[in-house]
Design a protein around this ligand. Structure first.
Ligand SMILES: Nc1ncnc2c1ncn2[C@@H]1O[C@H](CSCC[C@H]([NH3+])C(=O)O)[C@@H](O)[C@H]1O
Length: 356
């Protein structure tokens, strides 16, 4: 190294590479958590705290005991597990948040998104470089020239993957839909049309909280049985209508509120504008379009999850991207909407609302 390239002592003392290592090697930690979810380790431990040897046997692991302890103690150090004792004498149990959100037997389980991340996205993100160089999707639709969520046709051919995907969507949105039901004033609205409503979770949450509203959840035909089952489970079949179709081709039903959870981010800019225009046409006067997404802050500095989600849309759909409230305002103004507002929901997710 030439002498002038050696950093001054002061710089070395104040700067350190820990962030670089933490983020750069972050996939190690991520993969340990995803593997634990896949093994249903947290479901096992919710039932009964266990020793490393017992966990090894129950999960059918055939690596050395030492590597079992490495795996479990990594989860201790990451705060996912608690431990009393050491190595052969250790008893492992779930940390409080792990127990609530990652025990598959609890209704609060949100591991669906992590299961999908492990089974699909982890592999596809291995081709992020190719996605950035080519601008083309890197998922099931790779090499097939597809965008605008057309990969669903491929994905939904397999019933297990269909259910896994729909469960993943629901698990990531549960907290957001509950927050939306509480934070947006639905009292003045009678009808809601949810575009790409998956298994109907959004409509269910709104109906549970607001007894006067009538909902329609709209999605592709293969999703219909899942939505019907979920809605029947909540005894809401008389208030939530399940309609199948294609949001790229079909008009939307007339409604007071049109919702789109993680829909606009999945399509290119031209299609975003088309969907917003269609929503404007279908909304009754005084109605609202609500997009529930990881809306990026206008300065594009804060919402890391939203920015990464946008790259995830490159992986999934090529031309698709997440956006800021300013972007949303530009498109909704062009469609004729009067004003917009942002309602913060759970974590990095917001509702961008446009009023007609
Ligand atoms: N062309 C299409 N027409 C109707 N639904 C679609 C289409 N393409 C994708 N979808 C659905 O759009 C959804 C995107 S994922 C978002 C699901 C849900 N709104 C949520 O916020 O969690 C999936 O349920 C897809 O099946």
């Amino acid at each position: 190294m030439p002498a002038e390239a050696i950093p001054e002592k002061k710089v070395v003392e104040t700067l350190n590479p820990s962030k670089i290592m933490q983020v750069g090697m972050g996939y190690w930690a991520s993969k340990v958590v995803l593997t634990a979810v896949k093994f249903e380790l947290f479901t096992l431990l919710a039932n009964e705290p266990s020793s490393g040897k017992k966990i090894k046997e129950k999960l059918g692991m055939h690596c050395s005991d030492r590597h079992v302890y490495d795996f479990l103690d990594a989860l201790v150090s990451l705060g996912f597990l608690q431990r009393k004792g050491l190595l052969d004498d250790a008893i492992y149990s779930n940390a409080e948040d792990t127990d609530l959100f990652l025990d598959k037997k609890k209704p609060s389980y949100m591991g669906g998104i992590l299961e999908m991340a492990n089974n699909r996205l982890y592999k596809f993100w291995g081709d992020l470089d190719e996605g950035l160089k080519t601008g083309l999707p890197q998922n099931e639709g790779k090499g097939k020239g597809r965008g605008n969520m057309e990969f669903f046709t491929e994905l939904y051919k397999d019933e297990i993957r269909l259910k896994e995907f729909v469960d993943a969507m629901t698990s990531i949105q549960i907290g957001n839909f509950t927050a939306l039901a509480n934070k947006l004033d639905f009292s003045k609205y009678n009808t809601l049309f949810d575009v790409g409503g998956a298994d109907g979770w959004l409509s269910i949450q709104i109906c549970l909280k607001h007894p006067n509203i009538q909902c329609t959840t709209f999605d592709l035909p293969p999703v219909e049985p899942l939505a019907k089952n979920r809605i029947a489970y909540f005894n809401l079949s008389n208030r939530i209508n399940v309609v199948s179709g294609d949001f790229l081709k079909d008009d939307f039903q007339k409604a007071d509120v049109i919702t789109m959870g993680n829909i606009l981010h999945g399509v290119d800019e031209e299609t975003k504008q088309k969907l917003i225009n269609k929503a404007y046409q279908a909304l009754n006067d005084g109605g609202a379009l609500v997009a529930i997404e990881n809306i990026i802050d206008n300065e594009r500095r804060q919402n890391t999850f939203g920015l990464l989600m946008s790259l995830n849309m490159l992986i999934e759909n090529g031309d698709a991207f997440d956006y800021t409230l300013s972007d949303f305002e530009r498109w909704t103004n062009a469609a004729g909407f009067k004003r917009t507002e942002l309602i913060s929901l759970a974590g990095p997710t917001n509702a961008a609302v446009a009023y007609k």
